[in-house]
Design a protein around this ligand. Structure first.
Ligand code: PBG
Length: 328
């Protein structure tokens, strides 16, 4: 009788052994919780396509953040739902807007958290695009890259003043990292961390988020500024450009269908890599659970672990609170 020489099953015999040889670990410390902040008081309005996630007024948000901090989650990322929108997205930089007010309250009340402010105009424009529009030479409307830049700088500086220690730039305009780094420097804010959504794809997986933020484009799509899902090498050019312009952390978004991109970015660059496990990825797991088709907890934890295995240092995820509870 010949025995197989290699016994890979030997190290899988017990939970104890499996734990000892595990290559990848998941911890609440690697997670950032994205949160939606709206006007009002005592407001917690659940988002239909994202069960478990709500738009919250500042007071409710502060309590939520206290819980997250107590569970060991180090950071939250804020998205604003403004009362009014206009063609240029001016409200993004409003110091009295929901994000700025939330940052000020959180800086005072939950000082241990790192406070990330998402910087983009699509929640603030009445047409839902990520910058002001202009007719192209071919007679169609498109986002005016260079007119978006000063708006984005104003927003980033407003959030830094309000209390953000991190600004996360999700608009995908060319040159935005350099413009914002310069704008922050001019204000003497060399301390502010810039996270670039460097490889952000034009993805169908953002659907539920756009319902939550009321930011679906009124016409067309975002393919003239967000990346083509077909492209992997181009992501490396995006990351290189953003690092060159002064980004501290780079992000790949979405996560699960783009883990090859995460891996490539991690292999090539020695900076922290973040990945965004986006609203559609979250909604799919929740929906399948509702239908009784999947073990939601295991599916969510497996997804997060595999995002780490692919090379992500930081995961933005709507599962942050539940995952942190499970890992406690
Ligand atoms: C803003 C922004 C979007 C997301 C994060 N920042 C939406 C978009 O680009 O349309 C998506 C997040 C998610 O789906 O969870 N530009």
């Amino acid at each position: 009788m010949r025995f197989p020489t290699t016994r890979l099953r030997r190290l899988r015999q017990s939970d104890a052994l499996r734990r000892l040889v595990r290559e990848t670990r998941l911890s609440p410390e690697q997670m950032v919780a994205p949160l939606f902040v709206c006007e009002g008081e005592g407001v917690r309005r659940e988002i239909a396509a994202m069960p478990g996630c709500s738009r919250m007024s500042v007071d409710v948000l502060v309590d939520e953040c206290r819980e997250l901090a107590a569970l060991g989650v180090p950071a939250v990322m804020l998205f604003g739902i403004p009362a009014a929108k206009d063609p240029d997205g001016a409200a993004a930089a409003d110091p009295g807007g929901p994000v700025a007010r939330a940052l000020t309250a959180l800086r005072r009340e939950v000082s241990a958290l790192s406070l990330w402010a998402d910087v983009c105009l699509c929640e603030y424009t009445d047409h839902g695009h990520c910058g002001p529009l202009t007719p192209t030479p071919h007679g169609v409307l498109d986002v005016d890259n260079d007119r978006a830049l000063p708006r984005l700088v104003d927003a980033a500086c407003a959030y830094a003043r309000a209390g953000a220690d991190v600004v996360a730039l999700s608009d995908m305009m060319d040159g935005r990292i350099g413009a914002i780094r310069t704008g922050l420097n001019v204000e003497g804010r060399t301390d502010v961390v810039i996270v670039s959504y460097a490889a952000k794809y034009a993805s169908a997986f953002y659907g539920p988020f756009r319902e939550a933020a009321g930011s679906a484009p009124a016409f067309g799509d975002r393919r003239t500024y967000q990346m083509d899902p077909a492209n992997g090498r181009e992501a490396l050019r995006e990351v290189a450009a953003d690092l060159d312009e002064g980004a501290d952390v780079v992000m790949v978004k979405p996560a699960l269908a783009y883990l090859d991109v995460v891996w490539r970015v991690k292999e090539r660059f020695d900076v922290p890599v973040a990945t965004y496990n986006v609203s559609g990825e979250y909604a799919m797991v929740r929906a399948a659970r509702r239908l009784g088709w999947i073990d939601e907890t295991r599916a969510a934890m497996e997804s997060l672990l595999c995002i780490r295995r692919a090379g992500a240092d930081i995961i933005l995820t709507y599962f942050a609170k539940e995952a942190a509870r499970l890992l406690a």
